[in-house]
Structures are given as C-alpha cells and as structure tokens.
Design a protein around this ligand. Structure first.
Ligand code: DGL
Length: 272
C-alpha cells in the first residue's frame, strides 16, 4: 500500500463546506486540508447554470494550483450542475462530490418508500439526485423542496434564531402528510440547521446530511486509489475565502468547536 501526503482540497460557495471539513477532521484526522469558501459570491444556489459553471471552474483552479491530491466539491449546487464540466476540463484530477456520497447514503436505507430532498433551487432543478436515485431504485417516491433562505440564514449565523424555525415550517411542514421515512439535507449549509429542520418534520423521519456521508465516501475513494495520508499526527488545515474573513473566522470557530488556524482572503482567477 502506498500513501499520498498532499492535501485534500475542499470548496464550497461559503461556509457550508465546513460541515464536510468537520466530518473529515473526525474521520481522517491525519489529512492536510485546504479549504476555499467563495464568500464574496455566496449563495450559488439561486444563480443560473452558466454562472455556477464559471464559479466552479475558478474555485477548482484555485485548489489545483495548490497541488491537492483530490478536490472535494463540498457544495451540492456545484456538484449537481458542474461535475461533468470540471471532469472534462481536468481529466487527471480526482473530484469527489457530495452528491454521489448523499445518493449512496440514501440507497443504503432499507425498505425506503418515501424520500424527501432539501436543497437549493439549483440542486433541486438540476434533477440530479432524483435521476441518480431512480436509476438504482425507481420504486422510491421522491419529493424535493428548495429552501433558498436557509443559506443566508446560516451565513449570517442565525441558525438558532426564531426566524429560522418560522422559515423551516414554511418550507418543510407540508411534507408531514407524506410522512417521509428519510430526509437528506442536500446542501452543505443545512446541517447547521439540522435541529430546527427536525422540529418541523414528523418525529419518525430520519434526517441525514450529505456532509457526514461524504467523509465516509472520501475515505473509501482515497483508500481505493492508495491516496490516504501516512501521518499519525493531526493534519494542517488552511482556510481561504474571497470576502469577509473575519466573520468567517468567528462562525467557523463556533461551528468547528476549535479555533481554526488562519483565514486568508484571496482573489480568484478568471478561467475561460
Ligand atoms: N452549500 C452549498 C450547497 O451544498 C451551496 C449553497 C449556496 O451557495 O446556495 O448547495
């Protein structure tokens, strides 16, 4: 077995991808991670496909220049819309997407009949989750709800504010009648709202998130390709954002439960 001590690159439109970094830190603590949050342009989820593709190319290029061994697309919006474009542009680069990880977690649920996806407009409209789930399990009744106000709430650090519960009710409570057995938080920002979302779903609905599912999936991919890091010590985590590094720092510290080492503001290069 060989090892690869290059960092894992992770990107998201903002701080949602930190939910993936946190899960990675717990499950693959020896890995170095370079994180990019495009906080200047968040949210991506209400933008057009062309714009999302352009942003995705610029985010990926930032990480490729830093010699990462793989790029985790810690953004369901980008993963739903742009994965084929990124793979075509950089065929030798390993891309790992939170959508594949989420779909795998859904398909592992036994006797699943009614499933609810929560995501951004772009993720829901891309139809990617439904197509991938129905390819393997066409019998599952699939419901999807776009929740566009969730991302700004999280970016503003308002996940525990009463207004979040009101908005969650508006989006989600109508599915009580359908009584889904499983609900996937198909946006990496949403795990920060997990407790609130659970309050407005039937008690028996199991809620899983694509961030947690991703860490297991990433481990599997790196193991299969002999690219796990050999180090026993905690890996280095570097954070880059395109705007507001201070508020990112505060929210990230709170969320990660430990002080993050540093946050640097960067400008992304335009890619054609
Ligand atoms: N966290 C992202 C996702 O998983 C993107 C949210 C957004 O920028 O709209 O979809």
């Amino acid at each position: 077995m060989s090892f690869d001590n290059r960092p894992i690159g992770v990107f998201d439109s903002g701080l949602g991808g930190l939910t993936v970094v946190k899960a990675l830190k717990e499950q693959l603590s020896g890995e170095d991670i370079i994180y990019l949050g495009d906080t200047a342009r968040v949210p991506y989820g209400s933008r057009s496909k062309d714009t999302i593709l352009q942003y995705a190319l610029e985010d990926a290029w930032f990480l490729i220049q830093r010699q990462v061994k793989c790029i985790v697309i810690a953004c369901n919006t980008v993963a739903s819309m742009a994965l084929p474009t990124l793979q075509k542009k950089w065929p030798d680069q390993l891309f790992i997407s939170v959508v594949e990880a989420g779909v795998e977690a859904v398909l592992q649920q036994k006797d699943l009949e009614r499933f609810l996806l929560l995501g951004t407009h772009a993720t829901v409209n891309s139809d990617r989750y439904r197509a991938m789930i129905h390819e393997k399990a066409p019998q599952i009744s699939f419901y999807a709800q776009a929740c566009p106000l969730f991302v700004p709430l999280v970016e503003e650090g308002m996940q525990d504010h009463a207004v979040s519960l009101t908005i969650a009710k508006e989006y989600v409570s109508k599915y009580a009648e359908i009584n889904p057995q499983l609900c996937l938080l198909g946006c990496t920002h949403y795990p920060l709202l997990k407790n609130t979302i659970k309050k407005v779903l039937p008690e028996n609905t199991k809620v899983i998130d694509s961030a947690e599912a991703s860490a297991k999936f990433i481990y599997q991919k790196l193991y299969e390709t002999n690219q796990l890091a050999s180090k026993g010590v905690e890996g280095r985590k570097q954070f880059f954002v395109t705007d507001m590094p201070f508020s990112f720092f505060q929210i990230a510290n709170h969320f990660m439960g430990t002080e993050i080492e540093s946050v640097e503001k960067v400008q992304l290069e335009m890619i054609l």
